[in-house]
Design a protein around this ligand. Structure first.
Ligand code: NAD
Length: 337
């Protein structure tokens, strides 16, 4: 059994912890937190050993009546792989600790791509991270784009991708984020960081991205245009994308017009936290105009990277190939509607 530790137990960390527990070949060693709060209480409720991440704050757990298993260094030492899901920039600070314990670490998309050995997307470059010590699982948006672009690139070749990312202002629990009544070009200059980030996965890909931020919390929405080298029919593109387990083609008859109904659908289907691990691509939007493919997709920022983190654990250890790992992850989680 692969021993996995999670350092940083917030939006991403708690989801990855649950996903690790669901895997038949993995065991959760524990999770590390900086302070007691409702998430720490839930970790204890779930039976997850809770480690403290900051020595000076250990007393806070005692005062809250929460038993701790030990300092984060013990978690790192006992783990075959650590998933660092700390806020952006903290992962890089933690990297020395992981190196000192000789424990490979997976970081999240908010970290700088420059300090890691490789960036990771399961569909696009699974085999490239085997043996790496520091691997970054790319952001929610880059994950969503990589999953879509990988089959298009393989099947038809991509001449150029142009994507406008309409991003949620913050996650539902991020009460301090905005905008609350505005529509922002963000950044106002080209490219947004997403294009260069996609190039950490597909170095040669020609891609331009524009970013916006809107007063929404549920999901991001991408307006995608991909100019293809070989020109398929719309039906062929739909068949190709429908064959990808982590792409959900929203059937027109579902009458899902946006993120609100998508989340409602996920709740109705009993998804934990109403998570949508797949890219949700509006089937009806898939259009070919000459050699240009157009479509809209929605990305659930809080959860699409979860299966990718699970696959990255196997990928760095060389425990599996891409198809087997993705299938195993997806089956254990219940990916695919
Ligand atoms: P979060 O704030 O919800 O969770 C981070 C957790 O780490 C918090 O519980 C925080 O208390 C804890 N923490 C802070 N400092 C720590 C330390 N030194 N040691 C251990 N724990 C510490 O953040 P998040 O949204 O889960 O984001 C984590 C990473 O995932 C970031 O790199 C982010 O860019 C990336 N990411 C976030 C999203 C998203 O939409 N939320 C999507 C994809 C990737």
């Amino acid at each position: 059994m692969i021993q996995v530790g999670i350092n940083g137990y917030g939006t991403i960390g708690k989801r990855v912890a649950d996903a690790v527990v669901a895997q038949p070949d993995m065991e959760l060693v524990g999770v590390a937190k900086t302070r007691p709060n409702h998430e720490a209480e839930t970790a204890v409720e779930n039976g997850y050993p809770l480690y403290y991440a900051v020595d000076e704050r250990r007393d806070l757990f005692d005062e809250a009546g929460i038993d701790v298993a030990g300092p984060v260094e013990e978690l790192v030492e006992a783990s075959d792989v650590v998933v660092d899901a700390c806020p952006s920039g903290i992962g890089e600070q933690n990297s020395e600790m992981y190196a000192a314990h000789d424990t490979p670490a997976l970081y999240q998309g908010g970290e700088d791509a420059g300090f890691v050995d490789a960036s990771f997307n399961a569909r696009a470059n699974f085999s490239e991270v085997e043996g790496a010590d520091h691997v970054r699982v790319v952001s929610c948006n880059t994950t969503g784009l990589s999953r879509l672009l990988a089959p298009l690139q393989e099947e038809y070749g991509v001449e150029k991708a142009r994507v406008t990312l309409v991003r949620r202002g913050g996650d539902p629990a991020q009460s301090g984020r905005g905008p609350i009544n505005d529509i922002l070009p963000n950044p106002v200059t080209l490219p947004s960081h997403h294009g260069p980030d996609v190039n950490t996965i597909f170095p040669e890909l020609n891609i331009d991205t524009l970013g916006m931020k809107v007063p929404a919390t549920l999901m991001h929405t991408h307006s995608v245009n991909v100019q293809l080298e070989d020109v398929p029919s719309e039906a062929e593109v739909k068949e190709l994308l429908a064959g990808e387990d982590r792409l959900f083609l929203i059937p027109p008859e579902y009458d899902i017009d946006g993120a609100g109904k998508l989340k409602e659908f996920a709740m109705d289907r009993g998804r934990p936290r109403a998570d949508i691990w797949e890219n949700a691509v509006w089937e009806k939007s898939i259009s070919m105009e000459d050699d240009d493919l157009y479509l809209f997709q929605a990305i659930h920022q809080e959860s699409d990277v979860v299966p990718e983190n699970v696959d990255a654990v196997r990928a760095v250890l060389g425990e599996s190939d891409r198809e087997a790992s993705m299938a195993r992850t997806d089956e254990a989680l219940g990916v695919g509607f």
